[in-house]
Design a protein around this ligand. Structure first.
Ligand SMILES: [Zn+2]
Length: 422
């Protein structure tokens, strides 16, 4: 892949403005800007993909088959679309002889799907050592969703994610005297006790924070484009929170935006049909809303489970991100660029429910945004990490066009900012 990129973009790889550094299989491009008094910007993407089950695909997932206006391939929407969109736009910019004003950093991780420990983490540590600080960064994130995603908005909605959820893998386990299945104890034994804990947590989710999180700017920005009824609700969030929270909770895609979720993903216990097990465990995967910390979640679990015999261990955790500004130059420039490509889209801030490499770069940036110029229906969302991942030829063109405009807009927008500073 790295050789293919070098061969395909000769201008980038021979430009005196560009330096390329490798960190394991990850790449960091630094494009020298003409004005060193301006703070740099970071764009990121990742070249790695999740596995693909070949038999389930219409075409081989690594063939890049173009059929009937559709490009099939693992990575076409996660996240080689961003990587090649950025490269195409940069190759074009440099081939026209233009030099950006600000230093532009472009980082392509090679292990984002498995935490970025050898890619983004290493690059971020190196940049921190060098004292680099970014005005803002943009990584992969939410797309432009076709019709009907947001309550009261009939057209497409572009979501610029200003925060991302945290993530924790927590194990609940129980050691209990086993015994013969012919004489079970009154509490049913270890499996029953752990099952009670699972059901209790399912029935008692984390408290709803609706009205105190990122849905506030989300609804404020959406209000102007909503139908009159929903506009009235959104403009009076202080009063209608319960109603809007209910409307958002009806669909999986919007419910995850407003709650800390609990998902039980693995369970084990028992070795023989007629023996009560003496050790059982279950894995809980939770995605934390900004506003809920890991400590909040652990306190909640202990309170709801209310059984000191059940051990609660954190296997892995990553707190929710900070919330970035919707007033910043960075937000404005992304917002403006989305509107150039999708003039009919309503562009609002959102929350990314998955995780990205931004967890490593966050502390180097004033603001962190997550956006991909994909144009998707809610039915396409299953293609992320699923079968028949594809992008339309038209949407890939829009992706290149988006990054072309974004690179150009960086300078235009920053002139305004510079002027304001002066
Ligand atoms: Zn991704």
């Amino acid at each position: 892949m790295l050789e293919h990129i070098v061969k395909s973009y000769p201008t980038i790889h021979s430009s005196p403005l560009v330096t390329l550094e490798r960190f394991n299989f990850s790449s960091l491009y630094i494009i020298k800007g003409s004005d060193q008094s301006l703070r740099p910007v970071l764009l990121t993407g990742h070249i790695d993909v999740v596995p693909a089950v070949f038999e389930k695909w219409s075409f081989h997932p690594f063939s890049g088959t173009v059929d009937d206006g559709l490009i099939y391939g693992r990575g076409t929407i996660d996240n080689k679309n961003s990587v090649f969109g950025i490269l195409e736009a940069l190759e074009h910019l440099l081939s026209t002889g233009k030099q950006p004003k600000r230093d532009l950093y472009i980082a392509f991780g090679h292990d984002e799907e498995v935490m970025g420990l050898y890619g983004a983490k290493v690059i971020a540590a190196e940049l921190k050592k060098r004292g680099v600080r970014f005005a803002f960064m943009m990584d992969e994130g939410c797309p432009v969703l076709k019709n009907g995603f947001f309550p009261g908005v009939s057209g497409p909605v572009g979501l610029i994610c200003i925060a991302e959820k945290g993530f924790a893998t927590i194990q609940l386990s129980l050691e209990h005297p086993g015994g013969h299945a012919s004489s079970p104890p009154p509490n049913g034994g270890a499996i029953t006790m752990l099952s009670n804990a699972i059901v209790a947590l399912h029935n008692n989710p984390m408290p709803n924070l609706f009205g105190r999180g990122i849905e506030v700017p989300m609804f404020e920005h959406a209000a102007v484009s909503q139908s009159p009824f929903f506009r009235m609700l959104s403009s009076n969030l202080w009063f209608f929170s319960p109603l809007l929270s209910f409307a958002m909770s009806l669909k999986d895609s919007t419910r995850a935006q407003i709650t800390t979720t609990f998902a039980f993903t693995k369970i084990s216990g028992g070795v023989k049909d007629n023996v009560l097990p003496n050790s059982v465990s279950v894995t809980l995967n939770t995605r934390l809303l900004p506003g809920h910390t890991l400590d909040d979640v652990l306190a909640h679990i202990k309170k709801v489970v209310n059984d000191p015999q059940i051990k609660v261990d954190v296997i892995y955790s990553n707190e929710a991100s900070e919330i970035s500004s919707t007033e910043s130059e960075g937000y404005n420039v992304i917002h403006h660029t989305v509107k150039q490509i999708h003039p009919d889209a309503v562009v609002i801030p959102g929350l990314l429910i998955g995780g990205t490499d931004t967890k490593w770069y966050g502390e180097l940036c004033d603001d962190v945004y997550r956006f991909v110029p994909s144009f998707l229906g809610t039915e396409d969302l299953k293609r992320f990490h699923g079968h028949d991942e594809l992008i339309t030829v038209k949407n890939f063109e829009q992706t290149v066009n988006f990054f072309h405009h974004l690179l150009t807009n960086f300078d235009k927008s920053f002139e305004v900012e510079l002027h304001d500073e002066l």
